[in-house]
Write a protein that binds this ligand. Structure first.
Ligand code: NDP
Length: 374
């Protein structure tokens, strides 16, 4: 009930419009005109739950997205794409997935012929996002792609172009745009509730990591790509403006063998218009989770700011009175509704591209020691 209430509040607020003053959330996202839409009447289409196929059955798909899809009203878990046959039986049993809706990376393109699948959700290592997003779009499916959208801006451009070409929606898995405390931060900053914001602090770090996240070819970089991206996002959506330049400094490597390909930690500063600054940190060896905004007449803070649940908020006026929600369920339902309603998604490919552009500028600043214009 709470979640339903919140979703309807979101649509009343027109949340899609408030995220970024400087960015269009429309460009690049074509209007949904898939075959299934033509096969159903408008009314049936509005009632029907859209089928989602998850690509890559790892920690996030299994731990968060599949359970969230048990709580969605407008979409459901219809299919899986995996390179690990031993995962299939359990997934099929747990989620009642028909045999015909199970794919691997080789036969993935034949998903084009499956009317049960409306949306492909790419949950693979970062450097694989581009290929599978483009293949899904070319198969005539709408796509949600996890963050970071890709490892280069050029790849983001190819993904956006593929969505335009296919006339399908492309969204990035920015769950916090559907999370009440983070939405409150957007309002605090963008509506200047305590005056204009002068300074932002955002930190996001994990105490450890392993696997592909340490492999530059698959991850595109270290904690900046994985968790630092939340700080970049948070500064952008709290301010509603875009950074003009960045400086950055890599932290010391306490384990040079483990971190031989990617940074272990990084601090960076983003300069926004009117002298506003954001100082941020990301790390794979320190737990951090903070967003703080200093305004002319007060402050607001989330700590922790970015987890799946348990976000706490406070302003200089007192505690934030916000509900906890299932972020992923709301995010996926909003995308399904965007398709049904033939409207843009509030978290489109263009938003993901801008983050990747900023992340690349931060790495350039880190490597050169120079201030880099975004
Ligand atoms: P995992 O390593 O847990 O899972 C990735 C899955 O991708 C694997 O289980 C595997 O699935 C598949 N895969 C295919 N090729 C490879 C390969 N060469 N190496 C490793 N895995 C491969 O990663 P996560 O689930 O944690 O992350 C996946 C994506 O989701 C990332 O882009 C990450 O940034 C994003 N993410 C987003 C979060 C959010 O809050 N929005 C939170 C966590 C992650 P299979 O065996 O089925 O083929």
């Amino acid at each position: 009930m709470e979640r339903r209430k919140f979703v309807s509040q979101l649509s009343l607020m027109g949340i899609g419009g408030m995220a970024f003053a400087g960015l269009s959330s429309i460009g690049g996202c074509g209007s949904p005109s898939n075959q299934q839409a033509e096969e159903h009447t408008d009314e049936q289409q509005a009632e029907r739950k859209l089928g989602i196929a998850l690509v890559g059955l790892g920690g996030y798909a299994g731990g968060q997205l599949a359970p969230a899809l048990q709580e969605t009203d407008h979409c459901y878990l219809a299919g899986i794409v995996t390179g690990t046959p031993s995962k299939i039986d359990k997934w099929r049993r747990d989620y009642d997935i028909p045999e015909g809706n199970v794919y691997n990376y080789e036969n993935f393109d034949t998903i084009a012929d499956n009317p049960d699948i409306d949306i492909v959700y790419v949950v693979l290592p970062n450097a694989m996002h581009t290929e599978y997003t483009i293949r899904a779009l070319q198969a005539g499916k709408h796509v949600i792609c996890e963050k970071p959208m890709a490892v280069t801006v050029e790849d983001c451009d190819r993904m956006i172009a593929a969505a335009k070409e296919a006339g399908k929606l492309l969204s990035i898995g920015y769950r916090l745009h559907f999370e009440p405390h983070n939405i409150e931060m957007m309002r605090f900053g963008q509506e200047k509730r305590m005056g204009a914001i002068k300074h932002i602090i955002a930190d996001n770090g994990m105490g450890s990591t392993e696997g592909w996240r340490l492999d530059k070819a698959l991850a595109g970089g270290g904690p900046l790509m994985d968790v630092g991206i939340y700080c970049v996002q948070a500064a952008r959506y709290t301010l509603g403006t875009e950074p003009v330049a960045v400086t950055a400094k890599e932290g010391p490597k306490t384990d040079p063998e483990m971190f031989k390909e990617v940074e272990e930690s990084l601090t960076w500063e983003m300069e926004f218009p009117d002298g506003v600054t954001a100082v941020c940190k990301s790390s794979y060896s320190e737990n951090m989770n903070l967003l703080r905004a200093e305004a002319e007449h007060g402050w607001a803070k989330l700590e922790p700011a970015f987890p799946y649940s348990g976000i706490q908020g406070e302003t200089s006026d007192g505690e934030m009175d916000c509900e906890g929600v299932n972020q992923q369920a709301i995010q996926m339902d909003d995308f399904a509704k965007a398709i049904k309603e033939n409207r843009p998604t509030p978290v489109p490919g263009e938003m993901g591209r801008q983050d990747v552009k900023i992340l690349q500028a931060i790495y350039q600043a880190m490597e050169s020691g120079e201030r880099v214009v975004v």
